[in-house]
Design a protein around this ligand. Structure first.
Ligand code: CAA
Length: 260
């Protein structure tokens, strides 16, 4: 990494996986614009780095992230919100092309829950609580929560969480499909790293195409999504790794992938 950051910490990469830790413990990792800007910049740098294949994003032991920074929020009037740079920063985070796994222990509230939902996979500690409590502050989720939560957990539960501000715990999040796995809190990051490292071993072009096409399911109707899938499937037929994968299987040997 060439840049240095104040609000996030980047550990030394392990087996092509970069761990990013949110680092504003004094405010329970409340998401200031400065923090989000650093996260977007770090992800963009990682996107360009061929040595990193996947990212794990985590927060603290008790709080993943407590949402938008309410001190910053309080200073914004309607014009301030209209001109807010945050929607553009969130978009940059969403556009990260490599697999992004959130390892969530403790509270993921408001923007914290929305940040977790920007990840491709969420691994939750069994102490995790997910919530969109903005209604208690006279607001609604503003970083995609109304749209991503309903797609992740369905209408009834999303309505309950957003209208009543009620939290769901890790097991409820698992049942609802918001998270992929629940772990003991001490192992959440390790499990997320192992999963990311396993994905990092897969043929990179297929992983990239798979992520892109899966996300289309959120963005398009079925027919358009199926067309994207067929195009990506066809493009991959021209890659060396696809031919190597099939040949290795038929020749009963381990494939050697090159990322080409
Ligand atoms: N913004 C700014 N500061 C925050 C914060 C936030 N979202 N959440 C916590 N803090 C600060 C507190 O003000 C406090 O600071 P001081 O020590 O200076 O008083 C410090 O972090 C510790 O907080 P608590 O004393 O509240 O800690 P707790 O352990 O008792 O509770 C918590 C933890 C349940 C996460 C609680 O802090 C909380 O409910 N936070 C607010 C959650 C929330 O409403 N989030 C939604 C924000 S709006 C949003 O996110 C909009 C959007 O869609 C983008």
């Amino acid at each position: 990494m060439t840049q240095s950051y104040e609000n996030i910490v980047l550990d030394k990469p392990v087996a092509a996986v970069q761990l990013i830790r949110l680092n504003r413990p004094q405010a329970h990792n409340a998401l200031t614009s400065a923090l989000l800007l650093e996260l977007a910049a770090a992800l963009e740098e990682i996107a360009r780095d061929d040595a990193i294949a996947a990212v794990v994003l985590t927060g603290g032991d008790k709080v993943f992230a407590a949402g938008a920074d309410l001190k910053e929020m309080a200073a914004l009037d309607m014009v301030g919100v209209l001109n807010d740079e945050r929607p553009a920063i969130w978009r940059r985070i969403y556009q990260f092309p490599k697999p992004l796994i959130a390892a969530v222990n403790g509270f993921a509230l408001g923007g914290g829950c929305e940040l977790a939902m920007h990840a491709d996979i969420i691994i939750a500690g069994d102490n995790a609580q997910f919530g969109q409590p903005e209604i208690n502050l006279g607001m609604i989720p503003g970083a995609g929560g109304t749209q991503r939560l309903i797609r992740a957990v369905g209408k009834s539960l999303a309505m309950k969480m957003v209208l009543a501000g009620e939290f769901i715990n890790a097991q409820e999040a698992l049942r609802a499909g918001l998270v992929a796995e629940v772990s003991v809190p001490e192992m959440t990051i390790e499990r997320a790293m192992k999963l990311a490292q396993s994905i990092a071993q897969k043929p990179a072009l297929a992983v990239k195409q798979a992520k892109e096409v899966l996300l289309k399911a959120f963005e398009t109707d079925l027919e358009a999504g199926l067309q994207y899938e067929r195009k990506a499937f066809t493009v991959l037929a021209g890659t060396e790794d696809r031919n190597e994968g099939i040949n290795a299987f038929l020749e009963k040997r381990k494939p050697k992938y090159t990322g080409r």
